[in-house]
Ligand binder design. Structure first.
Ligand code: CAA
Ligand code: NAD
Length: 597
């Protein structure tokens, strides 16, 4: 408590002990508060109790707390089905279902139960805190405190200030949350606040991708985990959030903003109606061992061992065209995995450069004790460079990684078609060009495929394997199996702009720019919200400055052109930064200024 704080909080009421409420109760009890947990009936109470016991039990098992501490923590929580028991609470946090009517009835009822100076908070994810507050006779004491799931893990709490929230209430709640070790970010009362506004467009897009059978649930999730370093994929995250809650959040956001990208994907409604709510009901996009269990079990959609892709072509010699960052990474990947690699460049100096890069990477690894001189010479022994494309006549597969220019690439494919032996697979690592345009210039479109590696190729696990309408299934299978052989995680998708990762990532980054442009939150608050609320490795502005605003703008333009979604139109601020030459770290200035650092 600081001098500025006017209230002493000791007893905290939590209404609703579901996914969020139980976690919130745990956070307060862990910090020494007396907690009164209220549920609507004994079934809800039992579920809340089990959630708390499970969570503290896991902490004991992981030696994060002793059994005695866990028992003390649980001892501080009183469970009840009678709201009247909240009479002595200094603060009440409401965490019931995302329904305006239910929430308003609770805030109305609290008038006659709690003291006049008690603070009332709602954990709503998207509903109007102002509207909820007006159900209470003292709307000035109402704030939003939006915890993130799981509440004991995520540090962010968005505090939603309405136009009538009293300043001392805001200050006291901020102070209280800091004392819990949370990082409160204050924002205005707009559906979705900061994090959900950015998160749910992305989640809904992933659902639409799945519903449209563009990629499997496993591949969509793997793409975001291994391509972007997200802790979990979007469909698994929706199961964690709860599909009913997610539906309500999207619905509210849509009704407020009328952005069709927020209109809940139809399949969400079907799942909710069928009672498939995600982890909490034991089934959502995935099937779980039991309700509330995080353990995924196999179901009808789970790929069986028989579906594991096999090498349907004999691959011994791998060709790589190009000598840039991606090409040299790809050479390294194949050579390290034991393949003989023949790569071609436009000059001997460029060819030598690739060998020098691989040598340098190895020397670094040797210095760190992660590789030996023998391994280095063995791998380099498998790598051969040439300046003549004609030398690729014997390769079993060729991966091109030259300039991202359709005219240059199609010319190369015409040449490869002439040079490579029949049956050789011709792969491109393009990140944005239509692969079918490259296939079309060859006499073997069935053998042309995309292998979208991520930068740095030697380190990033993901490869998007992109089949066109003409690609032979056996070619796709071989490339999937080959990725597996070289230690990559392959995901399968179709030939359209952005594939999986870029199509999901860049509209989200663009939305963050729009939010900044609308002055709803600062770049720092937005970055913090996404890192500490959703455990993303980088905030959107950090990432934009690393990727380069010019690159991001080009991708966003491609997506807009392909899908014609009004919501994909590049944010004017992004265009302006690019025009100004503020491209990010590479120019010393982007969303942030790096010149003085
Ligand atoms: N309750 C309490 N603690 C939990 C927990 C839970 N439900 N789940 C995991 N933990 C703890 C574990 O005990 C473990 O703690 P220690 O490190 O102290 O041992 C830690 O979290 C990591 O857990 P695991 O090792 O089991 O698993 P993980 O590393 O795969 O992490 C995860 C699991 C924390 C869920 C992680 O995947 C993650 O952060 N995912 C992103 C979740 C996210 O995006 N949340 C925001 C959703 S949006 C929202 O909340 C707003 C809204 O309005 C909908
Ligand atoms: P949930 O369905 O898991 O739990 C809701 C609980 O509220 C249930 O246990 C239900 O029995 C109880 N309840 C319903 N009416 C009640 C009443 N009148 N009195 C007492 N208890 C009642 O939902 P959840 O995911 O925990 O969501 C709760 C709130 O938190 C929602 O407003 C949601 O938008 C928000 N939220 C959810 C997440 C998330 O990831 N799930 C994250 C942040 C905020």
């Amino acid at each position: 408590m600081t001098e500025t704080a006017t209230r002493e909080f000791t007893t905290v009421g939590v209404i609703g002990l579901g996914t969020m409420g139980a976690g919130i109760a745990e956070v307060f009890a862990r910090n020494g508060f007396a907690v009164i947990g209220v549920e609507q009936n004994d079934v809800g109470l039992e579920r809340g109790r089990q959630h708390l016991e499970h969570s503290t039990g896991r902490a004991v098992k992981r030696e994060k707390m002793t059994r005695e501490q866990a028992d003390e923590l649980l001892g501080r929580i009183t469970l009840t089905t009678d709201m009247q028991d909240l009479a002595g609470a200094d603060l009440v946090v409401e965490a019931v279902v995302e329904s305006l009517e239910v929430k308003k009835s609770i805030f109305r009822a609290l008038d006659d139960i709690v003291r006049p100076d008690a603070v009332l908070a709602t954990n709503t994810s998207s509903l109007s805190v102002t509207e909820i507050s007006t159900a209470n006779a003292k709307p000035g004491r109402v704030v939003g405190v939006h915890f993130f799931n799981p509440a004991p893990v995520q540090n962010l709490v968005e505090i939603i200030r309405t136009v009538v929230t009293e300043p001392d209430v805001l200050a006291d709640v901020q102070e209280l949350l800091r004392s819990l070790g949370k990082n409160p970010v204050v924002c205005g009362d707009k559906a979705g606040f900061i994090a959900n506004t950015l998160l749910f467009g992305y989640l809904n897009h992933a659902v639409a991708m799945y519903e449209g059978k563009y990629a499997s649930r496993e591949d969509i999730d793997a793409a975001m985990r291994f391509g972007c370093g997200y802790p979990m994929g979007p469909l698994a995250l929706l199961d964690l959030i709860g599909l009913d809650t997610a539906y309500e959040i999207l619905d509210t956001m849509y009704k407020q903003g009328r952005d069709r990208l927020h209109a809940p994907a139809p399949i969400l409604k079907q799942y909710v109606t069928a009672g498939l709510l995600g982890r909490k009901s034991g089934r959502g996009f995935y099937t779980y061992e039991a309700p509330d269990s995080p353990v995924v079990v196999a179901d009808a959609q789970t790929p069986s061992a028989d579906d594991k892709p096999r090498l349907r072509h004999d691959i011994k010699l791998v060709g790589v065209v190009g000598t840039g960052t991606m090409a040299s990474g790809i050479v390294e990947v194949f050579a390290k995995a034991g393949y003989d690699v023949l790569f071609t460049g436009r000059g001997q100096d460029k060819v030598d450069g690739v060998v020098a890069t691989i040598t340098k990477n190895f020397d670094k690894q040797i210095q760190r004790g992660r590789a030996t001189e023998e391994q280095k010479s063995e791998v380099l022994g498998r790598v051969r460079g040439t300046t003549s494309l004609d030398d690729l006549k014997d390769v079993d597969i060729v991966v091109e990684a030259i300039a991202e220019d359709l005219a240059i690439k199609t010319t190369l494919f015409e040449n490869l078609d002439e040079i490579c032996k029949p049956g050789a697979i011709l792969a491109t690592t393009t990140s944005s060009l239509p692969i079918i345009s490259m296939a079309k210039v060859t006499k073997r479109p069935q053998d042309v495929i995309g292998m979208h590696f991520f930068n740095p190729a030697a380190i990033m696990k993901l490869v998007e394997v992109v089949s066109t309408v003409a690609t032979d299934e056996a070619v796709t299978e071989t490339v999937l199996a080959l990725c597996d052989e070289v230690g990559k995680v392959a995901v399968k998708c179709g030939d359209r702009s952005g594939f999986i990762v870029n199509a999901l990532l860049f509209p989200y980054l663009n939305d963050a720019v729009k939010m900044l442009e609308a002055h709803y939150a600062t770049a720092d608050d937005i970055d913090t919200a996404m890192k500490q609320g959703c455990a993303l490795p980088m905030g959107p502005f950090e990432l934009l400055d690393v990727v380069g605003n010019d690159v991001s703008l080009a991708i966003q333009r491609e997506l807009y052109l392909e899908f014609r979604e009004p919501g994909f139109a590049p944010a004017p601020l992004l265009e302006h930064l690019v025009t100004a030459g503020y491209l990010g770290r590479k120019t010393g200035r982007g969303f942030r200024d790096y010149s003085a650092r």
